[in-house]
Design a protein around this ligand. Structure first.
Ligand SMILES: [Zn+2]
Length: 77
């Protein structure tokens, strides 16, 4: 009798672990994000220009030694 209970307990643990693994495999790496939240595009993120202080999309910036600059107008000459 005790042996059957032990086997049942082991089977339950295995089933729970298998379920966890299956859920983890089905969920993509970014799946924890709330579905209502739009995925943030890193290129659309606004960053501050170290020269003029303007906020510009990160895709439009140019990296310099001390940060990011907003473009040709703020680049060092
Ligand atoms: Zn600038």
């Amino acid at each position: 009798m005790v042996r059957w209970l032990l086997l049942l307990a082991i089977a339950l643990v295995i089933a729970l672990l298998a379920r966890k693994v299956l859920v983890a495999l089905r969920t993509p790496a970014t799946g924890e994000r709330d579905a209502a939240t739009p995925p943030d595009n890193p290129q659309a993120k606004l960053v501050r220009c170290v020269e003029c202080g303007a906020f510009v999309p990160k895709a439009d910036t140019v990296p310099v030694a001390n940060g990011l600059r907003c473009g040709a107008g703020c680049l060092p000459r």
